[in-house]
Ligand binder design. Structure first.
Ligand code: MRU
Length: 355
């Protein structure tokens, strides 16, 4: 499986997803600002992957900061945290990574600066490794909802490339395949950046998972024909009441799924759940540059010069459209999600026992 991001000899190396699937190349970041740039320009994208990138960016920044004490290092990292938090607003994983680094700094204020810097590097590498394990756990819970013969629709890319590896929405698919179930996947192309066409189709083909690419506006027709058994998508931020922010177009897929009596699942690592927000109305939604819509990949122009454009990058699917939210702790009904935080993550009582 191709690596999305790695820590390599005091540099962060990021797979440039802008040029996939034609070119497989890594961007060497020897300064945290280069990582921030990669997050903004979508060289690395997908909520868990940008959380990992943020964690490594903090470690990279810390390693070049001159400070006599851990307290001085902590205060000099404040602008780094701000740059990361400002880079992409919707995925909560960047805030999650900044909070994890802040806790590590707070817990180790008495250590020599050199040791704190090393701890930050080690922890960012752990964030990457833990992410893969979390995804595998999502895969084990999620595969329960997949039978042999299941035809699964997904939107955007919530796969290996959007994570440290294995993916969130793709994890149940990969696990089901490993369990010997015959499955097929329908990937929405996902305008305007085409994460479905360029990334999901590519990575599933590499894993020999049967995948068929459709245009976004085919989803309804293919559901109505009875050719989809379930949908699984990822999330950038899921909130207490079970509302889910994900790539623009997810809401339309969820409404179409409900209309056609098709279960709609969201794969959500706990790092993508924001228990501080009551409903999806408060999720900050990123709007991106017009040229992503007027041009295909900054090259071919497909719209008249000067046309007005809205390029809303994410939408919020209300909890009532969601059958279950699959986390590393199990699958839950969206309305039960808040109990996870309230009951200190004691999930046994609210976990969906039998799909
Ligand atoms: O704009 P992107 O490509 O970062 O959007 C990615 C998505 O919407 C994913 O579905 C989401 O981040 C979950 S990734 C496991």
């Amino acid at each position: 499986m191709v690596e999305t991001i790695r820590w390599e000899r005091d540099c962060v190396e990021i797979l440039d997803q802008r040029v996939l699937p034609q070119v497989v190349t890594y961007i060497k970041c020897d300064h945290y600002k280069l990582v921030v740039e990669c997050i903004k320009n979508l060289s690395i994208r997908g909520a868990p992957a940008i959380g990992i990138a943020a964690s490594m960016a903090v470690a990279l920044a810390a390693s070049s900061i001159e400070a006599d004490t851990a307290a001085e290092l902590t205060s000099k990292l404040a602008p780094v945290f701000k740059d990361l938090l400002d880079s992409r607003p919707t995925a909560v994983n960047i805030r999650w990574a900044v909070e994890r680094a802040t806790k590590l700094l707070t817990d180790n204020q008495s250590l020599p600066v050199k040791d704190v810097k090393e701890l930050l590097i080690k922890d960012s590498i752990s964030v990457l490794k833990e992410d893969i394990e979390i995804n595998k756990a999502i895969g084990r819970w999620g595969a329960e909802f997949i039978k042999t013969g299941s035809r699964i629709l997904t939107h955007c890319n919530a796969g290996s490339l959007a994570t440290g590896g294995y993916g969130t929405a793709t994890a149940p698919m990969r696990t089901a395949k490993e369990q010997g179930k015959q499955i097929s996947v329908i990937a929405d192309e996902t305008r305007p950046v085409l994460q479905g066409a360029r990334l999901t189709a590519w990575e599933l083909m590499q894993d020999n998972i049967d995948v068929t690419l459709i245009t976004d506006n085919t989803a309804g027709a293919i559901m109505k024909r009875g050719e989809i058994d379930l949908c699984i998508v990822g999330t950038d931020r899921t909130v207490r009441n079970g509302d889910v922010a994900n790539k623009i177009g997810t809401y339309s897929v969820a409404v179409l799924a409900k209309e056609n009596n098709i279960p709609f699942y969201v794969a959500a690592p706990l790092s993508s759940i924001d228990f501080t927000l009551a409903t999806g109305d408060s999720i900050p939604i990123e709007e991106r540059a017009a040229d992503e819509v007027t041009n295909v990949f900054g090259k071919c122009k497909i719209a008249p010069e000067g046309v007005k454009v809205r390029n809303i990058a994410f939408d919020v699917t209300p909890a009532r459209y969601i059958t279950a939210i699959i986390t590393e702790k199990g699958a839950f009904r969206p309305e039960d999600l808040h109990h996870l935080a309230d009951a200190g993550f004691d999930c046994e009582k609210i976990r969906i026992k039998k799909p």
